[in-house]
Design a protein around this ligand. Structure first.
Ligand SMILES: [Zn+2]
Ligand SMILES: [Zn+2]
Length: 240
């Protein structure tokens, strides 16, 4: 009887307070974050994709390393990216970062949860989630760091603690016009360990919203490894 009453209350709640699609806003009635239409246009990163940087690949090969990763080694072991940064996800990332719709971080962290089941991550133990930091100037302008918010939600899901182990010490400005080598040069020395950050012998999972070229995650991972981290992998919502 109690169970039935609970179910009834649940049904009433969804009838009168339906959940809404995070992208288009239509009622979903069943606590899902996306409606049927939007979920279908969200492009998952699926095999075949690069084992290191998750760059999707056109072809039949199941496992491979893209030319970028074959050319120059990243400092992180690999980066798992869950979806392509296109359509609804691209728009949600934009609304989170520039529209200050911070509730979107939870929705995106739910997508990241899928990334935890990726064979590269499944079965691995991490001591801490490390969000990619923003420079203090940008943090002041935006008032929050989306990577920290994603890591916070992911921490609730995984019970892995968040370690704000890094800080951004150089303002690198927008990097979109630079090629890969110049981005990497520009980012060298942009990050430093936080005072009191204890990363020695720790297995760390870097968390960010998007991987575009991988240079930011690379720079972060190299600082963590230089300061004694045992291993550094990465997880992002999207692959640019
Ligand atoms: Zn929708
Ligand atoms: Zn790659």
């Amino acid at each position: 009887m109690l169970v039935l009453a609970g179910e009834f209350r649940g049904a009433l709640r969804t009838l009168f307070f339906p959940s809404h699609c995070a992208h288009c806003g239509v009622a979903t009635y069943d606590d899902r974050d996306f409606c049927d239409t939007c979920i279908q246009v969200i492009e998952r990163v699926r095999a075949p994709a690069c084992d290191i940087c998750s760059q999707p690949y056109q072809g039949e090969i199941e496992r491979f390393e893209c030319p970028n990763c074959a050319d120059e080694r990243f400092s992180f072991e690999f980066a798992v990216c869950v979806v392509r940064s296109r359509g609804p996800v691209r728009e949600l990332l934009h609304r989170l970062k520039y529209g200050r719709e911070i509730w979107i971080a939870r929705v995106l962290a739910e997508l990241m949860r899928e990334g935890l089941a990726d064979p590269r991550l499944a079965g691995r133990d991490f001591d801490a989630l490390v969000p990619v930091p923003l420079h203090a100037l940008r943090l002041r302008e935006r008032e929050f760091n989306q990577a920290t918010m994603l890591a916070g939600h992911l921490s609730k899901i995984t019970r892995i603690p968040v370690a704000n182990a890094l800080k951004r010490v150089r303002f690198t400005g927008t990097q979109t016009r630079l090629d890969r080598r110049h981005r990497m040069q520009n980012l060298r020395n942009a990050f430093a360990p936080h005072k009191n950050a204890d990363v020695k012998d720790k297995s760390l999972l870097l968390v960010d919203d998007v991987l575009t070229t991988g240079s930011t995650l690379d720079a972060c991972a190299s600082v963590l490894l230089e300061h004694g981290a045992a291993s550094v992998c990465a997880l992002t919502v999207a692959r640019g």
